[in-house]
Design a protein around this ligand. Sequence first.
Ligand SMILES: [Zn+2]
Length: 243
Amino acid sequence: MLDVPLSITTAPKGPYDDAFNSKSGLLQYRYRGTDPMHRDKEGLGRALTDNIPLIYFFGLIPGRYLATWPVYIVGADHAALTFTVAVDDMAFVAPDASIVASGSEDRRAYITTVTKRRLHQRSFRERVLLAYRRQCSVCRIRHHELLDAAHIIPDVEPEGLPHVRNGISLCKLHHAAYDAMMIGITPDYRLHVRHDLLEEIDGPMLQHGIKELHDQRIILPHSRDAWPDREKLEYRYERFTAR
Ligand SMILES: [Zn+2]
């Protein structure tokens, strides 16, 4: 009996899109090692010919994986030690009727694209929160439920990639205040509060939660490699000052 692997796994390291050198909206899974005769080749080849569903474990951070099921092997490129993988889970997203009605290839490409975006977002959140020791970089609050991985350059823009250096761990209040340009972060990692807010008199939330932040330094990750990219901060800060 031939062993067919139950799952494929991508490790939580390397560039964010290591697993996603996508062609036609599908995932490119590189199987282990450099040996084209590796046992994964046969097992996954069998999964391809017999259309066997597999579980895909996507590494978020060391020790944490997000499982997606079912995925199917839909192509092989043995010279590149790569299988093409499609995600096919109708419960996972609610695609619109035209996509359901279209052929299964279109449907899988669509679902794979949606999954890919979701995996990137989850991975970004986990990596940013881990880098900041699971606290808001502004007010230090440590409750996971209240924390977001904020983008410095928003993810709707081409430069707004889900890289740790384009992220800052912020609580809900400070994330919203940052996105609303009520607070800005200088390329020297200092907080600036919008002038009209500094003049405003209100309750303790505005006083302690916003106004007293002015000119404070944000909390940075231990590892310099994870510090926010200064150019990205500058780009965003210019918008804050120009508003
Ligand atoms: Zn905060």
